[in-house]
Design a protein around this ligand. Structure first.
Ligand code: ARG
Length: 460
């Protein structure tokens, strides 16, 4: 005779290969808290509508709490014969408290049960990831406070483009993260819907009080359609997509940190505690955190793809395929959380080499656009100004001098209208100060933008 709750219809024992192949408890046991939370609410509701007695509900509650404590303490023995987290807990409950345990699953299926568990789990995970993003933002904004007046070259095509404030650069990272947190906050709305009551697919003949269960579990509302509620995992795909964007953004920041820490740039030093060395080359100090986070993005993108393909073409309603949703979504949550955590921890260890940044900006003719715009203000059409400055830069390269080191006479040989106030725009400070519109890199604007970002993160 089978130990399996569904054993009644069967006359043969499950093939051992099948049992090993179909079990999910080895990875869904991590839903036990949510599974118990769901069962506590479901049984309370069953007592409220008179399907079980209050005494039975109390027995169920005490039993479930004991089981939770045992699992917490690592004393619960999981059985693959019982397939998944749901049947393991229910079977143990019945073993412990007898007949009342057998009533718990009234008006419920593992299909609405697992969909509920995973939504509870992902609701918490969303909150955790949002907190981690905000902690990273906090560290970035703190770092930016001292770098409003620090100037480095901004790049396009990885070629020196125009001087920018370092805080402006860090605030660009902050914008990315702010959108990431918003996306997860938005996704959470669609996660926080309760499938319980949908049962296997068609609902149940018991007149369940779904609003009551919903309130107990803190869901925003019960699901509107039982077929949809047990089958779709679009909320996971959405989360994996938002998580992929987080990783994509982290990978961009990592890439810059790796470049900035390189011998050729030397814009930053990363704290020793956040670097590793080489087993052969004694001089090495490598930015491995940034590299590994950049690398971790690959598995999160892979998980997104796995979930999309898993869901594609599945007919209504529940299909066992969906058991395969767990590992990719758990891995996504773990990876994005751990990446955010270690990346955020590394940020305060970064020190900036302001002199290197300034030299790089001076070397790259980063103020050439400023000279062209200066000429435009003297009524030179922009295309002509572009041409004149192109010639000036060509000459300066030959002379191996920055633009601001050219004499007025040299500059005037390219444009006779140039006066000695030109030097105000040729310096790095002049260049950044001039970009003083909203969203620009002028330190005065950047200081405001930083304050606004801090106020959004921690409302005053
Ligand atoms: N372990 C299953 C899952 O993860 C639970 C639902 C199983 N339902 C069923 N009818 N076999 O989806």
């Amino acid at each position: 005779t089978s130990k399996k709750p569904w054993g009644g219809r069967f006359t043969e024992a499950t093939n051992a290969l099948v049992e090993a192949f179909t079990e999910s408890v080895s990875f869904d046991a991590r839903l036990y808290r949510q599974d118990i939370q769901g069962s506590l609410a479901h049984s309370k509701m069953l007592a409220k509508i008179g399907i079980i007695t209050n005494q039975e509900a109390e027995q169920i509650h005490a039993g479930l709490h004991r089981i939770r404590d045992q699992i917490d303490a690592g004393e619960f023995e999981w059985s693959t014969e019982l397939e998944d987290v749901h049947m393991n807990i229910e079977a143990r409950l019945t073993e412990d408290i007898g007949d009342a345990g057998k009533k718990l699953h009234t008006g419920r299926s593992r299909n609405d049960q697992v969909a509920t568990d995973i939504r509870l789990y992902m609701r918490e995970a969303s909150d955790d990831v949002i907190d981690l993003i905000r902690a990273l933002q906090h560290n970035l904004l703190t770092l930016a406070e001292n770098e409003v007046d620090t100037i480095l070259p901004g790049f396009t095509h990885l070629q020196v483009a125009q001087p920018i404030s370092l805080a402006h650069h860090l605030l660009a990272w902050n914008e990315m993260l702010e959108r990431d947190a918003e996306r997860i906050t938005d996704c959470r709305k669609r996660i926080n819907v309760m499938p319980l009551g949908s049962a296997a697919l068609a609902g149940t003949s018991f007149d369940l009080d779904r609003d009551f269960t919903c309130e107990l579990l803190g869901f925003d509302r019960p699901s509107r359609n039982s077929l949809d509620a047990v089958s779709d995992r679009d909320f996971m795909i959405e989360f994996a997509s938002a998580a992929s964007l987080v990783m994509m953004h982290l990978s961009r920041m990592c890439e810059e940190i790796i470049l900035w820490a390189s011998e050729s740039y030397k814009f930053i030093d990363i704290g020793d505690a956040f670097c590793t060395g080489s087993s052969i080359m004694p001089q090495k100090k490598n930015p491995d955190i940034a590299e590994i986070v950049r690398g971790k993005s690959a598995r999160v993108f892979g998980n997104l793809h796995a979930l999309l393909v898993l869901m594609k073409s599945q007919p209504l309603a529940y299909n066992r395929d969906n058991q395969e949703d767990k590992e990719p979504i758990f891995d996504t949550i773990d990876t994005v959380a751990r990446s955010l955590q270690v990346f955020a921890a590394m940020i305060p260890s970064i020190t900036f080499r302001r002199d290197r940044m300034e030299q790089a900006a001076l070397k790259g003719y980063a103020t050439a656009t400023d000279l062209a715009e200066y000429l435009v203000r003297l009524q030179v059409p922009f295309r002509d100004a572009h041409e004149i400055v192109g010639g000036t830069v060509h000459y300066a390269i030959e002379q191996n001098k920055p633009l601001s080191d050219l004499t007025l006479a040299e500059l005037q040989s390219f444009g006779s209208m140039i006066q000695d106030d030109v030097y105000d725009v040729l310096t790095l400070e002049g260049s950044v100060n001039a970009r003083s519109h909203f969203g620009g890199t002028a330190p005065a604007r950047v200081r405001e933008a930083l304050q606004a970002a801090q106020d959004r993160l921690t409302p005053p």
